[in-house]
Design a protein around this ligand. Sequence first.
Ligand code: ATP
Ligand code: MG
Length: 256
Amino acid sequence: MSESQIPLLHVSDVTLAYGRTVIVDRVKFSIPDGPSGMALIGESGSGKSTIARAVLGLLPIKSGSIRVAGKDVARMSRAERKTYRSTLQPVFQDGTEVLDPRMTIRSCLREALGVVGREQHDDLVADLLVDVGLGPELMARHPHELSGGQRQRVAIARALATRPRLLVLDEPTSALDVTVQAKVLDLFERLQAEHSLSFLLITHNLSIVDRLCDEAAVISQGRIVEHGSTESVLHDPQHAYTKKLISSIPRLAAAY
Ligand SMILES: Nc1ncnc2c1ncn2[C@@H]1O[C@H](COP(=O)(O)OP(=O)(O)OP(=O)(O)O)[C@@H](O)[C@H]1O
Ligand SMILES: [Mg+2]
């Protein structure tokens, strides 16, 4: 396989458990280099966030393997692990999960950039803020002095600081007001193209899947039951579970 054909992320027959309880059963999928996107959809409790945690290296794998750019995550050297950590970055539902309430936005982004305490790096912090559509003047504020949408943009800026190739987006807009959701979605679309990012997207909002992902996998009780192009999965679902799932999720109309 030539280097360009090696998937950025390759999840191969991965089984995941909390204690002895198996939650995810022999799941496999891969995500190519960006710009690309794959969606994981499924009902609450089906194991989506558990897969995201394992991909991010936050949960050990019971069996199977996860490869990032061809390297098995479980067999990485310390240096390779460091690269892997910066290659993949998470964006969760609500910026508050990754933003320390006691730190200014400046300190938080400096930390993510790895330039802690060096005054002269304000320009790098400002670049990050501008990239996510925020004014550099926000860097002096604390997270509680921002709106929910601004906080999520800062969380996205923080994720971009290490120049990742893949963002793991777990319900990245669901805590936001509908009009703000539309703007953050525009931002993701622009960043995906401009930075050639790949997304692993978990969401209940099928409009976002349509916009950001070329592929979608449907998960039920820890197993992938349907997987294909977004077009086929969302608009011509084959599996009874997918049909039920899609009809149960309200489509957000006008704003998109
Ligand atoms: N830390 C944990 N310890 C034990 N069980 C857990 C833990 N985290 C999640 N679970 C269980 O694993 C299953 C899958 O949870 P997971 O968070 O992956 O679901 P999900 O698909 O992300 O759901 P949602 O759409 O509600 O976020 C659930 O039954 C949940 O109760
Ligand atoms: Mg979840």
